[in-house]
Design a protein around this ligand. Structure first.
Ligand SMILES: C[S@@+](CC[C@H](N)C(=O)[O-])C[C@H]1O[C@@H](n2cnc3c(N)ncnc32)[C@H](O)[C@@H]1O
Length: 232
């Protein structure tokens, strides 16, 4: 779904690669771990330590990869379409292999991963179906696909993913709204079934991290995590 009818802030909007290319240098100073890493830690159906091979789709600067490695994932591959973000991940060294490219056509071996992860990415995809199809192709029998997303509720309140180009100059990155039912439809089309879903809300932990959001959006859902399972 097009984000524009929901837009309340009307920031300049740039395409994904241009946006993350600019944001890469300061991305890690601004992204909030409560949004995604807390949700990864809150999942109960994934035994990270038993994951031998994982792939991190849209790995960005490697934040997710660092978390996964610390959680016990053994071998990890990553892909991202923005060279500047990928370069940061390369320097971080959490991934064993990194590739520049689109997450819908990774070129990684099919059926080779017991874990596929993508975090804070789906709102940038116009269509979820190629993501779910590629995740399904990559999964080994019995594997899990973990998707962490910025909540559609927040997008529908008018707040696109954005960064400050310079102080007081916010820029939005092209965003799309996907309802939970869009995820279910894309997953079911490739034979994935939901094993677990949790949501993150702006709770007291946000008070010191993003005080303006805490004051304005307290108790609103801000992110979600889904665990999809294939057959076997
Ligand atoms: C918000 S960052 C998240 C990165 C990382 N998961 C993290 O948590 O820090 C979004 C990333 O998705 C990447 N991205 C967006 N669309 C993509 C696509 N179709 N294929 C590959 N990477 C994509 C961007 O380049 C950016 O690095």
């Amino acid at each position: 779904m097009d984000f524009r009818p929901f837009d309340t802030r009307h920031y300049d909007t740039v395409p994904v690669k241009a946006g993350y290319g600019e944001w890469a240098a300061t991305y890690e100073n601004t992204v909030v771990d409560l949004l995604d890493l807390r949700l990864l830690a809150g999942l109960s159906s994934v035994d990270w330590q038993s994951c031998q091979r994982a792939v991190d789709l849209a790995c960005g600067t490697g934040r997710t990869g660092v978390w996964l490695k610390q959680a016990g994932v053994v071998v990890m591959h990553g892909i991202d379409c923005t060279p500047e973000m990928l370069e940061m991940a390369r320097r971080k060294g959490a991934h064993d292999r990194l590739v520049l490219g689109d997450l819908s056509a990774t070129g990684f071996d099919g059926g080779a991963y017991d874990l596929v992860v993508t975090s804070l990415v789906d709102e940038h995809l116009a269509d979820l179906r190629p993501l779910y199809a590629e995740a399904r192709r990559l999964l080994a029998p019995g594997g899990r696909f973990v998707l962490v997303g910025y909540h559609p509720h927040f997008l529908m309140m008018g707040i696109a993913t954005h960064f400050d180009r310079s102080p007081g100059e916010p820029v939005a990155i092209e965003s799309h709204v996907h309802l939970a039912s869009d995820h279910v439809a894309a997953a079911h089309a490739v034979g994935l079934r939901l094993g677990e879903m949790i949501e993150g809300v702006v709770d007291d932990a946000w008070a010191g991290v993003k005080p303006k959001w805490y004051a304005k959006y307290r108790s609103h859902p801000v992110s979600f995590a889904m665990v999809w399972q294939g057959p076997g």
